[in-house]
Each structure stands twice: as C-alpha cells, then as structure tokens.
Design a protein around this ligand. Structure first.
Ligand code: GLP
Length: 259
C-alpha cells in the first residue's frame, strides 16, 4: 500500500487523475467509479485533460460502486445521475457503457446478484476509485461488512444517512437501503485508489491505513490488497503516525516507479 500525502483537495485530484491516466495509457479498459465529494477534484481534472486531448476514454467501460434503493437513475441524488453529471458528460466515455445497479429493480436482491455477475463478466476492473466515509465505509459497506462480501443490499447507519442528508432536502428523504459492491467484489479490481480530504476524514484514514484489518473499518481491507494507493491531503493525513515515512518514500522513488 502506498500513501500519498499532498497539500490540499485539488492536489489529491491531480494524483488520482495521474493514476487513472497512466492506467488508460497502459491499456486499462474498465474503470470503477465512486461518487461522493472526495473524487470530484479528480473528475474535474480528468475532464480538463480529456478536453486538452491528453487522455481519452473511448471504448472503455465503467462500473459504479453503489446506488440507493428506490431512487430512479434520473433522481437528482441517484448515483447514476451524479456520475453522469459530474464526470461522464464532461469526458468521452460512452454513457451506455457506464453501469450501475438499478435501485428500482422489482427484485433488488436479484439485481445485486446480477450486477455482481456483470462486473465479473466484464472485469476485472483495472482501477477502482474509492472515497471513505467518516466511519470507514467504502462504497456503502458499513462497519461489520464481511471482508469477502459480494454485491448486496446494505442498511445504512444513522451516521451515514445524516452525513448524506446534505445532498437531500431533509434526512427523511435519504433512503435506508442501498445496493453496494461488496468488499470482496471491490478487491477483485487490479488497483484500488482511495482518496480523502479534510479533517473530518482523518480518523477514518488512520484506522484504514494503520489500524487492524477489521470489518469494523471496512476500508482497512485495502491492507489486504496487492495494489492499493491512498491519496490524502494534509488535513485527512493528520492522524497518520508514520506520515513522515510515507513522505520519505514518495520523495525517494527509484526511477519511474509510478503509483
Ligand atoms: C458515500 C458513498 C461512498 C463515499 C462516501 C464519502 O456514502 N457511498 O462511496 O466514499 O459517501 O463521501 P464524501 O466523499 O462525499 O465524503
């Protein structure tokens, strides 16, 4: 696992965009996309590079991490719509090749299984972008999620519903249930890139990177993956014990090690 500490949120976006662009240039065909505010600087940077002709997503496909149960794809807070508005419409990724679980499927349990199988059939995902919740969740894998879980229905914690209420009119409008890729599903991606910024995330980042591998902090599963990069700004890195070592590693890379 590599920990990249940069000054601020804009810088996290540049590093995450660097990782994705390098993967695309290296032949990546499939991206895993996260929603939430954490990856927005990366998506803006990718849009800029795409417009400048520095990267192209033509012919690629992408899979979303999760979706709220009960929200149609065009609902303002649906993750399908979020990714369309915040990334897809600003780059040359074919919207028909951007997939997510259908939160309005009549049988959401079957839909979760279908989506998991669709990822397995099209995958592996080359680069999976991840944010992190203040309780250490990735995707919507709340604490207690099995470290080998597959795509399934999860019940949101009160904390997560409260955190995400800022995007809705009121907390009562935040769904209680979601379909999320499982931790086992996420870990099948070739490269996991988790990004976080701001002091609110500092405790979760420290638990994920330096705490025990535990279902109590689902993001700690990155410690078990063969290729994981954690891109954080100074505020989100504030609780990392070994921050100086991570900076030293970054400054002393041999040749073009990349991320
Ligand atoms: C949501 C999403 C996650 C995201 C997390 C953090 O619950 N399901 O994928 O990482 O919130 O969101 P933010 O980046 O807005 O803090």
């Amino acid at each position: 696992m590599e920990i990249v500490i940069v000054p601020g949120p804009e810088d996290t976006g540049v590093v995450v965009a660097d990782v994705i662009a390098a993967a695309v240039h290296g032949g990546a065909r499939t991206l895993g996309l996260a929603t939430g505010s954490s990856p927005l600087t990366a998506y803006a940077e990718l849009a800029r590079r795409c417009a400048a002709g520095q990267v192209s997503f033509t012919g690629m496909q992408a899979f979303l991490l999760d979706e709220y149960v009960g929200l149609p794809a065009d609902h303002p807070q649906a993750y399908a719509r979020f990714i369309r508005d915040r990334l897809v419409r600003h780059v040359d990724l074919d919207p028909a090749r951007v997939h997510g679980p259908d939160g309005t499927a009549p049988d959401v349990l079957a839909e979760a299984l279908r989506y998991d199988a669709a990822i397995a059939a099209a995958g592996p995902i080359d680069v999976q972008v991840l944010g992190i919740g203040v309780n250490g969740h990735i995707g919507f894998n709340e604490p207690s999620s099995s470290l080998r879980s597959r795509t399934r229905i999860k019940t949101l914690t009160a904390r997560t519903r409260q955190d995400n209420a800022r995007f809705f009119g009121s907390i009562d409008e935040v769904p209680h249930h979601v379909i999320t890729q499982g931790l086992g599903t996420i870990c099948e991606a070739g490269h996991l890139v988790l990004t976080a910024s701001g002091s609110r995330k500092a405790a979760a980042v420290a638990a994920a990177v330096e705490g025990p591998l535990t279902a109590s902090c689902p993001a700690s599963v990155l410690q078990w993956h063969s290729h994981a990069t954690v891109v954080v700004d100074e505020a989100a890195a504030a609780h990392l014990r070994d921050a100086d070592f991570y900076r030293y590693v970054l400054e002393h890379k041999i040749g073009d090690q990349g991320y």
